[in-house]
Ligand binder design. Structure first.
Ligand SMILES: NC(=O)C1=CN([C@@H]2O[C@H](COP(=O)(O)OP(=O)(O)OC[C@H]3O[C@@H](n4cnc5c(N)ncnc54)[C@H](OP(=O)(O)O)[C@@H]3O)[C@@H](O)[C@H]2O)C=CC1
Ligand SMILES: O=C(CO)COP(=O)(O)O
Length: 328
């Protein structure tokens, strides 16, 4: 099956960066944005001024306002928008084709992973999940980036990874879609927590403890969902958790900092905060863990803070006074 042409749907930071990466890999790329005006502006300036200002795009990235037939389709809209987006696409354009899911989040209401949404809306599409430590600005600028690309067929996943790989973009093929999706969604919840720890000036020791206990908690959720804890040793797990929990470049971490400084979710959103997927995912992850009967004190803590049900001091006191237990 040819893997020459790529359609990236979603004209935000990540869609633009993935389109640039695919062009660097030598693919023929169409970046699908919402309107003809947006597409014209991008094609005229070779810059997506709203999503990645100042980043010149390769001539190989051509924007358009509609999806046309492509060998590879990449979805890059926020996790809560994936279902709506798919409901507007012609099933024929997805059937039998690799569809790469790159959003990191769980769906409100249904608790669904991105590939479950794809299965609901386009059951004949072939799902892949791309996740790992990779800020859009780094990828688009050609700074070295490595990610996990998980799919069900080992050989087809390797072929797809090869089609998307470029001099500065290194996708590692994997087979644990569930583990990769859960890791990508949960790392945003822990990034909110780490930002809050720093926003509340609780110290680097607390943040490191949170990353380690978050990793252990993530492993419980991944295995209960049928994924492999081994996946967490890789880019989509440890890699992305480390990046997002320690970098002020992360929008989830920034949102968490504002929470830690005592601002409410509503205030932060009203002040024009950028997309922070963990805000929507925290209550979903808490509900999911509850339904699986797993203990997830950190997810529950973030859920409570995001919902304004508890302040940071109360949360920290509660976490520190839990009964002592063995580490593993
Ligand atoms: N930015 C990054 O560094 C990375 C992001 N990701 C993930 O990628 C996903 C997208 O993030 P990102 O691009 O950064 O977010 P942005 O907020 O930069 O962009 C989201 C884009 O999606 C568009 N969009 C939303 N809903 C729809 C829809 N129904 N149909 C078509 N377009 C739609 C938005 O359009 P409009 O503004 O008009 O609503 C906007 O252009 C998230 O899940 C994020 O976690 C993953 C790795 C890195
Ligand atoms: O997922 C990301 C990097 O891997 C981007 O993180 P933020 O959405 O928190 O900015």
């Amino acid at each position: 099956m040819p893997l020459e042409t790529v359609a990236v749907i979603g004209g935000g930071a990540w869609g633009t960066a993935l389109a640039q990466a695919a062009a660097m890999a030598g693919r023929v790329v169409r970046l699908v944005v919402r309107t003809a005006e947006q597409a014209e502006a991008i094609n005229r300036a070779h810059v997506n001024a709203t999503a990645l200002p100042g980043q010149a795009l390769l001539a190989g990235v051509v924007a358009a306002d509609r999806l046309e037939r492509a060998d590879i389709v990449i979805l890059a809209v926020p996790a809560q928008s994936t279902r709506t987006l798919l409901s507007g696409l012609e099933p024929d354009l997805l059937a039998g084709r690799p569809v790469v899911l790159s959003a990191k989040g769980l769906e409100t209401g249904t608790l669904a992973r991105q590939s479950e949404i794809l299965f609901d809306m386009a059951p004949e599409a072939v799902p892949y999940v791309l996740s790992g430590p990779s800020f859009a600005a780094d990828l688009a600028a050609g700074r070295p980036t490595a990610v996990t690309l998980a799919g069900d067929d080992a050989s087809a996943t390797s072929d797809l990874a090869a089609a998307l790989a470029g001099p500065s973009f290194r996708p590692y093929a994997a087979d644990d879609r569930i583990g990769v999706e859960i890791a990508g969604a949960l790392k945003n919840v822990y990034a909110l927590a780490c930002g809050a720890v720093d926003g509340a000036s609780l110290g680097a020791s607390a943040r490191a403890a949170l990353i380690a206990r978050g990793y252990a908690e993530m492993a419980r959720v991944v295995t209960a969902m049928g994924g492999s804890a081994h996946t967490l040793t890789g880019l989509a797990g440890l890699g992305d958790l480390t990046l997002t929990c320690t970098s002020v470049q992360s929008r989830n971490y920034q949102f968490g900092m504002a929470l830690g400084a005592g601002r409410s979710t509503e205030e932060i959103v009203a002040s024009g905060a950028k997309l922070a997927e963990g805000v929507a995912t925290a209550p979903v992850a808490a509900a999911l863990a509850k339904s699986l009967q797993i203990d997830t004190p950190l997810i529950d803590a973030v859920d409570a803070v995001v919902a304004g049900k508890a302040d940071i001091a109360t949360i920290v006191a509660g976490l520190m006074s839990r009964p002592l237990k063995r580490e593993i």
